[in-house]
Design a protein around this ligand. Structure first.
Ligand code: SF4
Length: 469
C-alpha cells in the first residue's frame, strides 16, 4: 500500500494518512510512504477507502509537534520513521520517545533538531531587498536546507507586519500583503533584487562595528555557516575583514593606552529651598519628585519621633512594610532594632527615626517587591531632606545604620567597617555608625548571632555616654 503526503512537508496531512493506516491495521512494513504529490492521486483514495477496524492510535502528547517538525525534513524516510514510531507507541510502548537509546528515537530527534536549526538560521539570515520603484515592498531570496517556509513564514509576518514582502526559495515562495500570507510555487534567485541602496549603508555600518579583537573564526563559521553567506550583504566584506583582522589587532595592541573615558555625571537636582519646621518638611517631602524613586513607591516615608529628640537614627531607605504603612523601621529590620534597643534599655519613642532615602526602591518579582539598594544619585537627591531634618532637630547624636546612611551623613568616602562602633565628629553633634539591622538578618544562621551581638555592642555606646533617657 502506498501513502502519499501532499504537500510533502505537511505534518497534518501525514497525520491524517497515518491515522487511517493505523485504524485499517496496516503495519509499518505494509506501507510505502512517498512524497510525490502526483502519486497522491492514485494512492490516497485507496488508503482512505480502507475500513477502520480499530480506534485511533494513542501516542505521546508531544508526538504531533515532533511529527510536524520532522515532516519538513528532506529525508525521504521521514514518514516511514514517524509511522514506525506511532505504531510502536500505540502498540504498547507509550513512553517510547523517552528512550533516548532507541535507534528510531535517536534518528527522529536528529531530524527534528536539523529542522529547528534550519528554521533558526532562516530567521537570522533572511535579508530583504527593496523592490525598485515600489514603496515599502521587499523581496528576499533564501535557500533553506529543509522545507521550512510554511513553519517560519508566520514569524516574518509578525516581525515585519507593516511591510509588503515576499520570500522566494527554490521549492516555494510566500508573500505578505500586510494582512495574509499567500504561498506559491518556488522561484529562482534572479527573481529577487540583487542589491539595494540600504545594503551599502548596512555594509558601512557592519564594517564600522566589526571588532577584530573579538573575532573567533571557528565560532563565527559555526554560527554563520558559509552556505548562508550568499544571502548576506555583509558577506562580501568578510574575506577582507578576516584577512585584515590579525594586523588590526596587532596595531590596537601597539597603540599607546588611552586614559579611560570619564563618565558624564547626571545633572545634580535643583537645590531644595529651606523649609521651616518638621511638619512642613514632612508635607513637602510627600510631594517630592527629585529622583525617579517616587513613582513606583507607595508614598514618601518621612522620619518620625519627638521633635525634641536628642538622638536621630538614620537608616538606608524604607522597606516593603514601611512603604505600605508610611512609617520608618516597622518591618523585620525595625523589629530587630527594637529588640536591640530593648536589651539596652533605650526607649525607642525618645528617638527620631528616619532614612537617608525616603522612598522604597525595589524590583518586582511576581507578587513580591525585592529590596534594591539606592544608587548614589538617589542618595544625593534625597540628602537635602535629611539635612533639613537634622537642621530642624539639632540632635546631640546621629546614629547611622549601614553604609548608605553613613555615607549620606559623613560623606561618600566613609568606610563603615573601619569606623563603626566609635564616636565620630560632626559639625554640631556626635556621630556613631554601625551596621544596618537588615544586614544582620541577611547573615547565615551560624554568623547571625555574632553579627547581632556586634550591632548591640556598637549601640551600647549610647548608653555608656548617657545619651538616652
Ligand atoms: S527618594 Fe528622596 S529625593 Fe527621591 S523622590 Fe523620594 S524623597 Fe525625593
Amino acid at each position: 500500500m502506498q501513502a502519499v503526503v501532499d504537500p510533502p512537508w505537511d505534518g497534518d496531512a501525514w497525520r491524517v494518512l497515518a491515522r487511517q493506516a493505523w485504524c485499517a491495521g496496516l503495519a509499518p512494513e505494509d506501507l510505502v510512504w512517498d512524497g510525490d504529490p502526483q502519486a497522491m492521486l492514485a494512492a490516497g483514495p485507496a488508503l482512505q477507502a480502507l475500513p477502520a477496524t480499530r480506534p485511533p492510535p494513542r501516542v505521546a502528547a508531544d508526538f504531533p509537534a515532533l511529527a510536524a517538525a520532522v515532516a519538513c525534513h528532506t529525508d525521504p524516510q521521514r514518514f516511514a520513521l514517524l509511522y514506525r514510531l506511532l505504531w510502536r507507541m500505540a502498540s504498547g510502548q507509550p513512553r517510547l520517545l523517552e528512550r533516548a537509546s532507541d535507534p528510531d528515537v535517536q534518528r527522529v530527534r536528529m531530524l527534528e533538531q536539523a529542522v529547528r536549526r534550519d528554521s533558526h538560521k532562516m530567521k537570522a539570515f533572511v535579508r530583504f531587498r527593496e523592490v525598485p520603484g515600489r514603496d515599502n515592498h521587499y523581496i528576499a531570496w533564501f535557500e533553506p536546507a529543509h522545507r521550512i517556509l510554511d513553519r517560519v513564514a508566520p514569524f516574518f509576518a509578525r516581525r515585519f507586519a507593516g511591510m509588503h514582502w515576499a520570500i522566494l526559495t527554490p521549492y516555494r515562495s510566500v508573500a505578505w500583503d500586510g494582512e495574509a500570507l499567500a504561498f506559491a510555487a518556488g522561484a529562482t534567485r534572479g527573481d529577487a533584487p540583487a542589491d539595494d541602496a540600504q545594503e551599502a549603508l548596512w555594509r558601512t555600518y557592519y564594517a564600522s562595528i566589526f571588532n577584530p579583537a573579538r573575532l573567533n573564526p571557528t565560532m563565527m563559521r559555526s554560527e554563520m555557516p558559509q552556505k548562508y553567506w550568499k544571502h548576506l550583504p555583509e558577506a562580501a566584506l568578510l574575506p577582507t575583514l578576516l584577512r585584515e583582522a590579525g594586523p588590526r589587532v596587532q596595531a590596537m595592541a601597539e597603540r599607546a593606552p588611552e586614559p579611560p573615558r570619564r563618565r558624564i555625571p547626571a545633572p545634580a537636582p535643583e537645590p531644595l529651598q529651606v523649609i521651616e519646621g518638621l511638619d512642613a518638611l514632612r508635607d513637602a517631602a510627600a510631594a517630592c519628585r527629585r529622583c525617579p524613586l517616587w513613582e513606583p513607591a507607595t508614598r514618601t516615608v518621612f522620619g518620625e519621633g519627638p521633635h525634641d529628640a536628642r538622638v536621630v537614627v538614620v537608616g538606608e531607605q524604607p522597606g516593603d512594610e514601611e512603604d505600605l504603612s508610611g512609617r520608618p523601621f516597622v518591618g523585620p529590620a525595625g523589629r530587630l532594632l527594637d529588640r536591640a534597643l530593648g536589651e539596652l534599655g533605650i526607649d525607642r519613642s525618645r528617638l527620631w527615626l528616619t532614612n537617608a532615602v525616603k522612598h522604597f526602591r525595589f524590583e518586582p518579582r511576581g507578587k513580591r517587591r525585592l529590596h534594591r539598594n539606592p544608587d548614589v544619585a538617589h542618595v544625593r537627591a534625597c540628602r537635602p531632606w535629611l539635612q533639613q531634618e537634622l537642621a530642624a532637630l539639632q540632635p546631640d547624636i546621629v546614629v547611622c545604620l549601614g553604609a548608605t546612611a553613613a555615607q549620606a551623613v559623613f560623606g561618600s568616602g566613609f568606610r563603615l567597617m573601619e569606623a563603626r562602633g566609635r564616636w565620630l565628629p560632626l559639625e554640631a553633634a556626635r556621630g556613631l555608625a554601625t551596621v544596618h539591622p537588615a544586614w544582620v538578618l541577611r547573615q547565615p544562621d551560624a554568623a547571625r548571632e555574632a553579627a547581632y551581638a556586634g550591632f548591640v555592642d556598637d549601640l551600647r555606646l549610647l548608653v555608656e555616654a548617657g545619651a538616652t533617657p
